[in-house]
Design a protein around this ligand. Structure first.
Ligand SMILES: NC(=O)C1=CN([C@@H]2O[C@H](COP(=O)(O)OP(=O)(O)OC[C@H]3O[C@@H](n4cnc5c(N)ncnc54)[C@H](O)[C@@H]3O)[C@@H](O)[C@H]2O)[C@@H](O)CC1
Ligand SMILES: [K+]
Length: 502
């Protein structure tokens, strides 16, 4: 599936430009849209006893009239219900006039078991919570458990944000057009869409390209051209060296999980940087991963100068406080050639009282690329105003945070958003609930650093790490613990390397 995601405004602009440039006018696009939906209804529900098509007042309803006509023509039993008449002169009004069926008022909707619902109430134009007859129709259909095929979006779901502010259909299938919208991937919207089918309705790719879209579904296509593939003549330091900061003796496991994530990503060498009092416990559990003492900023400076790590991770199990801030700022200021710095967990929390110091350090000329990996609580510590702004979607919030931080933000969750300071953002959707387990985020931080160390640009490295982490966790399934993740990376990595070589 194409990776660009269009906001409703971008989609409307694509429609407008496509209509100007041809070959289809607005009615032509609507006929194509309706044809695509009718085909999916026939394919998925060939034995439906009755299809109820529910039309709203806008062009989403217009698509519905086309669907109703086509299904009736194909011999299916179709009932048509409308909440309001389409606005005179609109494409929807033309579609309603061309439709061989007469709509009944939506208020009278009744539907029995065995029926299928086509939801053409609201699509991209939803602008407020669904109320009145439409809300009652959604409640009736939901209470009866009837399968719903949504046109473009399930009514009640915002295409821009995935938010749901009132009643909303829970579709079995959603057929959308040209490109998916953020609301198909962001929660809770994604949960209401069911299977999403993307239909080509004749909007040329060139029209989409002109829009300079900045929002994407996270998928290998997005970053595979940058994915590291070692050459035959490589050696371990050319494959990148990652430094991971360990916490004290009672909290070293998190850094080792990160170190394994970095090593399994293909980085050539990984060093755990440990306080003196935790060297013994770290040494007991490390084999291929190196270990070095770093209690003071001066020791860190010596490591950066002699070993020239290409990426670092600070945060997992590190402890919150001055030391985390000093070490982070020292790495960001070092100019030792490190390409990236991943700040996770305690590393993020340590800057809650002075986020500006972090953001300025990341903005300085020659600083390593900063990648922040906050879950919701950590996000709110660094960006309290953005976190409490109810009107912002997770996408908008993450984008603003990245611009402010001068770094890539991985806003974690079941719908992880990866945002870059240049305005690009990707939404991840291949995860599974099994990934919500202690230490899972530590492995992710290590994976990001491992890919950064191999020369991947920060946004691409972050997107690739999130996707791989989610893919590995979903394939592993129930019973996953964080220790399983690094070991389960190689098959996924092998597929990506093979695809990147092609
Ligand atoms: N030429 C085009 O623009 C095309 C549009 N298409 C379809 O058109 C849809 C977008 O059409 P529209 O922009 O007309 O938008 P919609 O049909 O989604 O709804 C817009 C109408 O509903 C009203 N409305 C919004 N939220 C409401 C609420 N909660 N309660 C009551 N009324 C509400 C609006 O004021 C407006 O009149 C797409 O989702 C897609 O299905 C497709 O036919 C492809 C071509
Ligand atoms: K709809």
């Amino acid at each position: 599936m194409k990776t660009e995601l269009l906001s409703p405004t971008e989609m409307a602009e694509a429609d407008r430009r496509a209509i100007v440039g041809g070959p289809f006018d607005g009615m032509g696009l609507m006929r194509n849209a309706g044809t695509a939906v009718a085909r999916e209804v026939m394919r998925h529900y060939p034995a439906a006893e009755q299809v109820h098509v529910l039309c709203g007042p806008g062009n989403n309803g217009g698509d519905g009239y086309v669907v109703a006509g086509l299904l009736a023509e194909s011999g299916m039993a179709v009932s048509l219900w409308a909440s309001e008449e389409p606005r005179p002169g609109s494409d929807a009004a033309v579609a309603a006039a061309e439709c061989p069926l007469q709509p009944a008022p939506l208020a009278a909707l009744d539907a029995d078991a065995g029926a299928v619902i086509v939801d053409a109430l609201y699509g991209a134009g939803l602008s407020r919570p669904v109320e009145g007859d439409s809300a009652r129709a959604i409640e009736l259909v939901t209470a009866r458990g009837l399968p719903v095929v949504a046109i473009d979006l399930p009514s009640g779901v915002s295409g821009a944000s995935g938010k749901i502010t009132g009643p909303a259909f829970r579709a079995a299938l959603t057929v959308t057009f040209a490109r998916r919208k953020p609301g198909h991937l962001l929660l809770p919207g994604r949960d209401h869409c069911g299977e999403v089918v993307l239909a080509d309705i004749g909007i040329p790719d060139a029209v989409i390209a002109e829009l300079n879209v900045r929002t994407f579904a996270n998928a290998p296509k997005l970053w595979l051209p940058h994915f590291p593939v070692p050459g035959v003549d490589t050696h371990k330091y050319r494959r990148g060296h990652v430094g991971i900061f360990s916490g004290g003796p009672a909290s070293t496991g998190a850094a080792r999980l990160s170190a394994l994530g970095a090593a399994r990503s293909g980085a050539g060498a990984v060093t755990v940087l440990s306080p003196a009092n935790a060297l013994a416990v770290n040494a007991m559990h490390l084999t291929s991963i190196m270990l070095r003492k770093a209690d003071e900023v001066s020791e860190l400076g010596a490591y950066l100068a002699d070993r020239r790590p290409s990426a670092l991770v600070l945060g997992p199990g590190f402890g919150v406080g001055d030391k985390a801030r000093e070490f982070t700022l020292a790495v960001l200021a070092s100019r030792s050639g490190a390409g990236g710095m991943v700040l996770d967990a305690d590393g993020i929390t340590s800057f809650r009282d002075e986020p500006a110091a972090l953001f300025e350090a990341a903005d300085a000329e020659g600083a390593p690329a900063l990648v922040l990996t906050p879950h919701d609580g950590e996000f709110a510590r660094l960006f309290p105003d953005l976190a409490s702004e109810e009107d912002l979607s997770k996408l908008e919030r993450s984008r603003e945070a990245a611009a402010r931080a001068h770094g890539v933000v991985i806003a974690k969750g079941a719908d992880t958003v990866i945002a870059a300071p240049d305005g690009r953002a990707a939404i991840n959707s291949n995860g599974a609930p099994w990934l919500a387990t202690a230490g899972s985020g530590d492995v992710l931080a290590g994976l990001v650093a491992g890919l950064l160390a191999q020369g991947m640009p920060a946004f691409e490295a972050a997107c690739a790490a999130v996707w791989m982490h989610a893919e590995v966790g979903s394939r592993f399934g129930p019973g996953l613990i964080a220790e399983d993740l690094p070991q389960a990376i190689p098959p996924v990595l092998a597929e990506l390397v093979a695809a990147a070589r092609r």
